[in-house]
Design a protein around this ligand. Structure first.
Ligand code: ADP
Length: 265
């Protein structure tokens, strides 16, 4: 809040009034600050893989390419870093599309239970870790109007995180209930958890509890920010609860109503 004062003075020099103007530019300042922070973050996130690649390429150019032990290793690093940058740029494009509301939701009426089970099946088939899956899903059918590709991205992202942070032999639980006219989906892990004061921030762009660890695991820090945008676009909400050292649950809701406006012809 900025305040400016004007003094009302008569020609005689006699002050007979004071005008105070309050400018509420906190909202605009906040947006500007967030934008600057975002650009700084993007630059930093791109510079890190680029400087790594530069040093490895320099080493290769200076002769390491002839070393049969070093060369494959160095090339591997540059490849990993390139892939990270591609992931990052793809995530940024997704976000900017959501920001400019360019992305239209390609909504379809989907039976959510079957849809959710299939995604879980896919992870259960392909997971390489020793992590158990438990499903607490109702037997009923629930029809929701959603963009299946977008929802798949959201769920993929939450499950990938749950797997990333799960301990050996850990359990991931999938649950679904109907709460106040919405489907509520919960995905819980027994991982390291998130300190209480940081829980809400995990949906912020580029926020990571442990930057080095996330990067090591190939994360961009944008996954949950994208998920949040996608869930909001569907009229739902997304949040997390976590006990540090014990595990994390990600919750999201989807309005559970069908506007069938003649679509069942
Ligand atoms: P990324 O995984 O690419 O770092 P996300 O946006 O998916 O980015 O997640 C942001 C941060 O939230 C992660 O870096 C991590 O610190 C934290 N986080 C997300 N999911 C979990 C989880 N299941 N357990 C512990 N921490 C998590």
């Amino acid at each position: 809040l900025r305040t400016s004062f004007s003094v009302i003075q008569k020609e005689t020099g006699f002050v007979n009034g004071l005008i105070a103007v309050l400018h509420d530019n906190t909202e605009q300042e906040k947006i500007d600050m967030e934008r600057r922070e975002f650009v700084a973050n993007v630059s930093h996130e791109l510079r890190t893989p680029l400087t790594t690649m530069r040093s490895y390429l320099e080493a290769l150019a200076e002769g390491a390419w002839q070393d049969p032990d070093l060369a494959p290793n160095f090339l591997n690093v540059t490849q990993t870093e390139t892939e990270r940058m591609i992931r990052l740029v793809n995530d940024l494009l997704k976000l900017s599309k959501m920001d400019s509301s360019e992305t239209e939701l390609n909504k379809e009426i989907i039976e959510f239970n079957r849809f959710f089970n299939r995604i879980i099946d896919r992870f259960e088939m392909s997971k390489s870790q020793n992590v158990h899956f438990e499903r607490y899903l109702p037997n009923e059918q629930y029809f929701v109007e959603i963009d299946p590709d977008k929802l798949t991205q959201v769920i993929d992202n939450i499950i990938s995180n749950a797997l990333k942070y799960s301990p050996e032999g850990g359990m991931i639980r999938f649950a679904m209930t109907v709460e106040e006219g919405a489907l509520q989906i919960r995905i819980s892990d027994q991982g390291m958890g998130i300190p209480k004061e940081n829980v809400d921030r995990i949906f912020d762009r580029f926020y990571r509890v442990d930057r080095a660890r996330s990067r090591e695991m190939g994360g961009t820090g944008l996954g949950l920010a994208i998920s949040k945008e996608m869930i909001h676009a569907h009229g739902g909400s997304i949040w997390a609860k976590s006990v540090y050292g014990r595990g994390t649950t990600i919750f999201f809701t989807l309005p559970f109503e069908i506007d069938d406006g003649g679509e069942w012809e």
